[in-house]
Write a protein that binds this ligand. Structure first.
Ligand SMILES: [Mn+2]
Length: 403
């Protein structure tokens, strides 16, 4: 490995205030920088990038850690001997370059056995095999230090609607997650699950398609405290939803266990673009939320370089994700420190928030009676100007760097 590891860096991390550091807690999936640019219409455009090289280069660029699907690291058909050798070398590289593995996951979508899904497949043999593969992958993740385990239901969906009962599918998913939670408890692992929704692709429709569906599903599990969500920018955007707001709802109920950062242009196929490269305003509010509202987990990038890029372009992509996050972090600080914006926000949100004691707190018959008997000057309330045009323009001026 020495030759590979001594290859010079192709991109400079930079030394300005936006240069990523390990304190920023940036992580990348092995499948992200390792993405070889294959798509449904064209073959690989980049050679295999050895995981040990990824560890070194990402560390030098300022990343904190790496995530993987079981088969990103250990090939599907590896023997136990090969597995142990690969894991030993990977652990050594993590140690050498001060990198961590905060999250791991299972590939339950690539091999043809999973063409009808995994936990929700109609074939019981496939469902049982998916549980076995996941338990083994959980063991692997925990061995490398993972404390969060992600479930993206890659092919947990349907093409022929008549083929599956969607209520049965949700029950099967619940049974699988319940079983695997018990497995984690049985093993004494310090591991939480994060469920990742996606509305479609590769299946025509995927079960549990959005953050909202997932949060509702989690409340029906045997161990709901062990399970949260892993929202991905592109996935929620494919459903035409406001990612920032979905993440906020998850955070508000302490269910944001992990987050997959990338970008997406409109409700199309899953583009996994460089973070902040397209939806600049939504990305700004997302970073502002994560930085100001107590999210302490990894800032994980689940994206890949354009198919036009060679290896140098891959490192440009990785550094770009991290620098852009830090630029938005700086913009959020400017927003918080801007006297005019803060005065405007105070004015917008000012006034007696209890409205003379009619709002806030719990229901009481007395409060209900007072509310029903109150006189409201509806015309006065309706005539208010909210100054949102001014506020939004000031926000744009912060983001575009003129304030
Ligand atoms: Mn994606």
């Amino acid at each position: 490995m020495t030759d590979l590891l001594n290859k010079p860096l192709t991109s400079e991390a930079g030394s300005d205030q936006f240069a990523p550091t390990k304190a920023d807690k940036f992580t990348f999936g092995l499948w992200t920088v390792g993405n070889r640019g294959r798509d449904p219409f064209g073959d690989f455009v980049r050679p295999v990038l050895n995981p040990l090289v990824q560890v070194k280069k990402l560390s030098e660029l300022g990343a904190w850690g790496l995530n993987f699907h079981d088969n990103d690291l250990v090939p599907f058909n590896a023997t136990p001997f090969e597995r142990d050798r690969i894991v030993k070398d990977f652990k050594q590289a993590l140690n050498d370059y001060g990198m961590v593995v905060p999250m791991a996951t299972t590939n339950l979508f690539f091999h043809p056995v999973f063409k009808d899904g995994a936990f929700t497949a109609v074939d019981p043999g496939v469902r049982a095999y998916a549980l076995q593969k996941t338990m083994r992958a959980i063991d692997l993740g925990v061995e490398l230090g993972a404390e969060t385990y992600v479930f993206w239901g890659g092919r947990e969906g349907v093409d022929a609607e008549a083929s599956k009962d969607p209520m049965e599918a949700v029950k099967r998913m619940r049974e699988a997650i319940n079983f695997l939670c018990e497995y984690v408890k049985d093993q004494g692992y310090n591991l939480r699950f994060a469920l990742e929704p996606k509305p479609n692709e590769p299946r025509t429709d995927t079960y549990l398609p959005t953050v909202g569906h997932m949060l509702a599903f989690i409340s029906t599990l045997d161990n709901p405290d062990m399970v949260g969500v892993n929202p991905e920018v592109a996935h929620e955007s494919m459903a035409g939803l406001n990612f920032y707001q979905g993440v906020a709802q998850a955070l508000e109920v302490n269910k944001l266990f992990h987050i997959d950062l990338n970008d997406q242009k409109g409700p199309r196929y899953d583009q996994d673009l460089r973070f902040g490269s397209e939806s600049i305003k939504n990305s700004f509010f997302l970073v502002k939320l994560l930085e100001e509202k107590g999210y302490t987990g990894p800032r994980a990038f689940d994206a890949h370089a354009y198919r036009t890029e060679d290896e140098a372009g891959v490192w440009d992509f990785a550094l770009g994700c991290m620098r852009t996050y830090n630029m938005f972090k700086e913009k959020a600080k400017r927003f918080a420190a801007d006297a005019e914006i803060q005065a405007l926000l105070s004015e917008i949100n000012g006034g007696d928030q209890t409205y003379g004691g009619l709002l806030g707190g719990k229901y009481s018959p007395e409060k209900a009676s007072r509310l029903k008997g109150s006189d409201f000057d509806v015309d006065k309330l309706a005539s208010r100007g909210y100054k949102y045009e001014k506020l939004d323009q000031l926000t744009i001026e912060i983001i575009l760097g003129v304030r």
